[in-house]
Ligand binder design. Structure first.
Ligand code: ADP
Ligand code: MG
Length: 313
């Protein structure tokens, strides 16, 4: 066992006791911490201000502003924000289960039922951002989708009840495992997100009467970047590898630009036509043709009943 690394101390964060590092990014570290005033566990994202230029600093403040305006069970909550001369501190709802990315690595891939359970929660979060807040996230990926608690993954012959918001306290009933299950998944990291749509009028931001058509179209299509990303996440969940990959960044860029991907055999052989149909409507190069979040949610795969377990042997 490795000794626990000593936690740093930050001037301006005396009210929190840091207990573990949860992740890090280019300009930030995220810690699991205890809020000493309430005794509650939280996550603290510490952003090193001195490494940021003016526009990057403005982006952090935008991230905070967007998060302040959101309130949804599939979006990581911002509890408070403060700053010192050297740092920004974002106190966030703690997601103890870590990244969806790690669970994919651990499990190789998800069953269709489990994938549906996860992706529907993410989709509800995106629906809220797109339709109710006029926000585009722009960085949907497995590293930014976090589990509320460490998931208990059902084995192949266990039924996972479809996600039901009303019954969230009961957890997912898994025979032999009981409640708990894989639990909630939430969208984190609003560092690249953008408000594109006026919340009240549901029109593009800015004075509509004077907005050029390419801007109106741009703002409409900007939401479709999240839908492409959602398609990539769903594809990855179902088979364990991403739809677009190449060692060469130039080749990869070309593949994405052409929307060149396949349902590679044997990995995709047993996956339903319905799932593939849904992915095809998301990984669609023309943003005008790509499914919107409402079209996604209306697709039959999203409401398919979980498959019954295989007969006992
Ligand atoms: P960056 O902009 O640097 O990617 P993120 O907000 O995505 O910053 O945080 C980086 C990583 O820290 C995440 O991928 C995740 O592993 C971890 N993390 C972020 N927020 C939380 C949270 N609320 N609870 C637990 N872990 C978190
Ligand atoms: Mg991130």
């Amino acid at each position: 066992r490795e000794p626990k690394p000593k936690m740093p101390t930050y001037k301006g964060l005396e009210n929190f006791k840091l207990i573990d590092k949860m992740g890090d990014g280019a300009f930030s570290n995220v810690y699991k911490a205890i809020d000493l005033s309430s005794g509650k566990k939280v996550a603290v994202k510490v952003v090193r201000k001195f490494e940021l230029n003016a526009s990057q600093r403005a982006n952090i403040l935008k991230e905070v502003q967007i998060m302040r305006g959101t309130n949804h069970p599939a979006i990581v909550r911002l509890i408070s924000f403060s700053e010192s001369p050297e740092y920004y501190f974002l106190v966030l709802e703690l997601m103890e289960g870590g990244e969806l990315f790690h669970q994919i690595v651990k499990l190789t891939y998800f069953s269709e039922n489990l994938a549906r359970h996860v992706i529907l929660q993410v989709a509800q979060g995106i629906r809220y951002l797109h339709e109710e807040r006029g926000v585009v996230h722009r960085d949907i990926k497995p590293e930014n989708l976090l589990f509320e608690r460490i998931p208990i993954v059902p084995s192949k012959n266990q039924i996972l009840r479809p996600y039901d918001e009303e019954k969230e306290d009961e957890g997912e009933f898994i025979p032999g495992v009981g409640g708990g299950g894989i639990g909630r998944v939430k969208i984190a990291d609003f560092g690249l997100s953008k408000v594109v749509w006026n919340e009240e009028t549901m029109t593009p931001c800015g004075t509509v009467g004077y907005t050029a058509p390419e801007i109106v179209k741009d703002e409409r299509y900007s939401k479709s970047v999240d839908m492409w990303a959602l398609g990539c996440v769903l594809y990855t969940l179902l088979c364990g590898f991403p739809p677009f990959y190449d060692e060469s960044i130039n080749v990869l860029t070309e593949k994405v630009a052409r929307g060149y991907y396949t349902f590679l055999s044997p990995w995709w052989d047993d996956i339903s036509h319905s799932a593939k149909d849904l992915i095809q409507h998301l990984l669609c190069v023309d943003p005008a043709q790509r499914y919107t979040i409402d079209e996604f949610l209306a697709h039959p795969w999203c409401s398919a009943a979980p498959a019954p377990p295989p007969p006992p042997t």
